[in-house]
Design a protein around this ligand. Sequence first.
Ligand SMILES: [Zn+2]
Length: 202
Amino acid sequence: MIDGEWFWKVATIPKIQCFIWQCLHRSIPVREVLHFRGMEVPQICPICNEKPESILHCLRDCREAQALWKAFPPPLAASTFLGTSLVDWLKLNYRTNKLLPSPSFSWGIIFPFGIWTLWLRRNNFLFRNAGLPWNLKAEVISKASEFTYLGTNMKFARPQIKIQVRWFCPPMNWHKLNSDGSSLGNLGLAGGGGLIINDKEE
Ligand SMILES: [Zn+2]
């Protein structure tokens, strides 16, 4: 049972929000999910070849995922981070706003890019023969930096400032020219006009 639509509030890019939605609905095509849906595929994890590849195994428990999480590490007790169900794990991590010591990003920003990067690497490994082991920490930080500093998601990254625009009369003995124009595409028909007004609005 999934409560509400909290995943749309996760401070990340829309495609990762969709990815989390798919995780919650068990729609990520890891081998266990494919097997459960009747496809004849081995359930074993293609990366470690040790355990069935569930979503949680792929994103948290597999050795390559463990290497990523240990490299940060998460600002949560290990027993909590490693001992929760998939839904609780996703929810708990995105809501953890503690800052990491270095780099000083909120864990709630880092985490979604972490699971997304693991998923992309898993697919590159499986379908494009990307090698092991992976050093994903720098990649995750790079994506989180881009999101935070370049305002990939304006709603989360920058406060909105409203500016009221209105026309003011020019100062005494001055004239003001207001002009505007438009064109029907580049090299298309164009037109323009202007209005000169003095300080008496004439
Ligand atoms: Zn594995």
